[in-house]
Design a binder for this molecule. Sequence first.
Ligand SMILES: NC(=O)c1ccc[n+]([C@@H]2O[C@H](COP(=O)([O-])OP(=O)(O)OC[C@H]3O[C@@H](n4cnc5c(N)ncnc54)[C@H](O)[C@@H]3O)[C@@H](O)[C@H]2O)c1
Length: 260
Amino acid sequence: MALDPGHDLTHRVALVTGAGSGIGRGIAQRLAAFGAQVVVADISEVGGDETVRRVESDGGAARFKRTDVTVKADAEAMVAAALEHFGRVDYLVNNAGLVTMTPFLDLPEEEWDLVMNVNLKGQFLCAQAFGRALVQAGHGGAIVNLGSVEGEVVAASGDHCQPHYNASKGGVKMLTKALAFELAPHGIRVNGVNPGTIDTRFAGDLHASPRAIEYTMGRSLLKRFGEPIDVARAVHFLLSDNASFVTGTMLAVDAGWLVQ
Ligand SMILES: NC(=O)c1ccc[n+]([C@@H]2O[C@H](COP(=O)([O-])OP(=O)(O)OC[C@H]3O[C@@H](n4cnc5c(N)ncnc54)[C@H](O)[C@@H]3O)[C@@H](O)[C@H]2O)c1
């Protein structure tokens, strides 16, 4: 069967933050498999190099650029590296993110700042650097931001939730809508994905916690954890020409988590 041309990313250049692990690595591999040249942007050189190795061993093209998304100069250097090595930029995936599990009443200010800075400010800085380059290039493009079901509802497998994480991902939802408004005149679509529980380092050792398994399976209508490829397929769709009439939306990739 012929490849759906709307899914083809040949000659396109994608920046993926947090691509040194988990969902970001899966996104980098997916986009490269469909022809994109990928900048693997991560604070971890070891993880980023491993992603590049995997993309290249599958026959794709990728380069690692060490990037701390909370640092404006790094966000700008990430975009510059893409222009230098691949000659253009088309797509940005704002994927870098983290969580800490400290209960609210004990949460130090530094942890609040860390989670907000990586998950929300980082998306702002990278989108601004990317948007400026794309407006200058004048050919349009697309952004996908990683939100979470926890940007929509409070989720807690134990006695506590993570208010700082909820606040950051709720912010991602509104940042996505506002940037869709701001960047549409420049031919730049902006969407997001809200994953449910995806089996990565971020989600912890899910399999070792009967309570986490019970909670997640209770929320998952499909009775399984997600894998990075589940999210990567959705991100690929939202970036691709098949989503050319889609902007300002958050797509749940959550096995029905938000239904109940
Ligand atoms: N795994 C899940 O269940 C789940 C669910 C919903 C949303 N998400 C979101 O998906 C995204 C990816 O999560 P994951 O599960 O792959 O996590 P992960 O921990 O496996 O990967 C996160 C990557 O981000 C990188 N990173 C951290 N801080 C950074 C910084 N300041 N600058 C650049 N890179 C940085 C890490 O080095 C790592 O490679 C996050 O935004 C997370 O909030 C994950």
